[in-house]
Design a protein around this ligand. Structure first.
Ligand code: FAD
Length: 301
């Protein structure tokens, strides 16, 4: 039996609960959410942004991902995203990729300060925040140990487990896509708590994690523009590969062979990426990346 000691209210007498398994779905707040990457994100639903076809206007029928308005500043490549919703409203986020150990208390507050200071560089208009949304999204690079439950009767799910893409940080989408598999895994665990988890890890994640780790350590100073140059090249390659490949990457469905083609094409257009990878990632991580990709390529044969 799993045993948990619960304290309903501060000062209330602890109550002991027992169960066959305990599901930890506390998201980033779980003490077992030990993923090596994190994406601090702030923003929310905005009204009043100017609509139109211009770069600094919102097209109400088109979303926008991984847009930048500056090079690396304060050791971070800040990124914007916009998703139109109800008429006259757009959800806008500002975020960056980081190693979890590099993000301290107050990170979201200073990111919000930047959001309001620089929003007009991203989109024009008389913006009004209708509803704030913010938080830390964990991401696991697959280059270090995975978040682990403290015992065989405890299962981590969602952000606590961080099995979603470390590149898109779309934990909600990944949870929905994996809902049936997760439910079946938990049902098996209730029957046999000792059984190993059969939770699925999309093959493409063995490749995307290193890219996220690279973005979490962007070069500054004289090389502060490199991340933007790399993003421009990578998106140009995805564009050339076509919408199906691009959509497959965003939905975590890209096949390992296509992912390797994407990497090779990006490196052919931007050979500096080899130096950027070697200076941002330890050799051991590069080795794990190569081994993980090779394993997935072999499995997919
Ligand atoms: C600003 C922002 C935008 C995002 N946009 C997208 C997106 O567009 N697409 C996408 O797919 N994903 C997105 N995500 C990520 C997505 O929201 C998360 O991956 C997803 O919510 C994870 O779900 P979860 O249930 O694991 O954790 P959570 O949604 O974090 O839920 C955990 C819950 O546990 C509760 N909790 C924590 N500790 C305790 C405790 N001790 N006792 C009781 N309850 C506790 C919390 O209050 C919370 O309700 C976004 C995240 C943020 C922050």
């Amino acid at each position: 039996m799993g045993l948990a000691v619960a304290e309903a209210r501060p000062g209330a007498a602890p109550r002991a609960l027992s169960a066959r398994i305990l599901v930890d779905a506390r998201g980033a707040a779980s003490p077992y959410a030990t993923a090596d990457l994190v994406c601090p994100t702030v923003g929310g639903v905005l009204a009043g942004l100017e609509e139109g076809d211009g770069e600094r206007q919102i097209r109400p029928d088109v979303g926008e991902i991984l847009a930048t308005t500056e090079d690396v500043e304060e050791g971070r490549q800040h990124l914007w995203e916009a998703f139109p919703g109800r008429r006259g409203e757009t959800t806008v986020y500002l975020f960056y990729y980081a190693r979890s150990g590099d993000v301290g208390p107050g990170a979201l507050l200073s990111l919000y300060a930047r959001f309001f200071r620089l929003l007009s560089r991203y989109k024009e208009g008389d913006a009004r925040l209708v509803r704030p949304t913010f938080g830390f999204i964990p991401g696991w690079s697959r280059l270090s140990a995975a978040p682990r439950a403290p015992g065989r009767r405890v299962r981590l799910v969602g952000d606590a487990a961080a099995r979603h893409s470390p590149l898109t940080f779309c934990g909600f989408g990944a949870s929905v896509r994996e809902l049936a598999a997760t439910a079946a895994d938990l049902a098996r665990a209730v029957e046999d708590p000792g059984a190993p988890s059969t939770a699925h890890d999309a093959p493409v994640h063995s490749g995307t994690g290193a890219l996220a780790a690279l973005m979490a350590r962007p070069a500054g100073g004289a090389r502060a523009g490199e991340m933007n140059a790399l993003l421009n090249t990578a998106f140009a390659v995805l564009h050339a590969m076509g919408n199906d490949a691009y959509a497959a990457l965003l939905r975590d469905e890209m096949q390992p062979a296509d992912f390797v083609r994407f990497l090779r094409e990006t490196a052919a257009r931007r050979p500096e990426v080899y130096r950027e990878v070697v200076s941002a990632l330890p050799l051991r991580a590069i080795g794990r990346w190569g081994a993980g990709l090779a394993r997935e390529l072999y499995r997919a044969r």
